[in-house]
Design a protein. Structure first.
Length: 89
């Protein structure tokens, strides 16, 4: 990670990787998703803001879990919802 990142991104020491490549909430409602994000606080994998239900950002706001990683194969970045900051890993 870069030296000058927000405190939320800097606090991530080991990454929580997705268990499955599905949005856990969309599966429950038979909805679709565009891309997946994995919460770095609890490890849940949910859909991105380009998806109809925006479960990842709703989860971050509701549970105060600020950082996600992209769960998309080949993508290596973290995003902080609080500070709207990205970092590569």
């Amino acid at each position: 990670m870069e030296n000058e990142v927000c405190q939320h991104l800097a606090a991530i020491k080991s990454l929580k990787k997705p268990k499955d490549y599905v949005c856990e909430e969309c599966i429950k409602t038979h909805s679709s998703w565009m891309h997946l994000r994995t919460c770095q606080t609890c490890g849940v994998t949910l859909c991105c803001d380009s998806s109809p239900n925006k479960h990842a950002s709703k989860h971050a706001a509701e549970h105060n879990h600020p950082v996600v990683i992209s769960a998309e194969p080949g993508e290596r970045w973290l995003w902080c919802y609080v500070d709207e900051e990205m970092a590569e890993y």
